[in-house]
Design a protein. Sequence first.
Length: 174
Amino acid sequence: MQDRLAEAIQLRETGRAKQDQAILEEARTILLELVAAYPDEAEITYQTAIVHDNLGLERESIPFYIQTLTQGLSGLDTATGLMKRERAFLGLGSTYRGLGEYQQAEKTLRQGLTEFPDSRPLQVFLALTLYNTQQYKEAMELALTNLLETTSDEKLQYYKRGLLFYTSHLDETW
């Protein structure tokens, strides 16, 4: 099982990097066989969710993401530097968002942030979702805060203190 899983992950990563649908389909075939044989293995379910996402099969990825989040997924995803569970929340939330299921996306991303409160990717995808639900103030606050806390642009850094203040006072005038 471990060798087949490693092969599928390598194919998925290669297919993603090359944007090669045939390689991704090959990885998907292996992962679907593995998930059928080992339905309780969180890592297999996780990789199956991701390969569906990589192939643009977002709706098909949802049950795998949901399942992997209930299976006790743990560990680091070395491809992204995120925790695997964090990436599963991100994948599921962004999938819901991409399908226009904004309330489900917001709920999922907020749930991810309760477990990973410092996750910038979860925060930024939540900002996108909040924009979609017309929660503009919180969306801008999250987006600007993440930008200002991560940028090395000296011109923006010069105004950082003021801009961070404005992020929580967007509707105020003086």
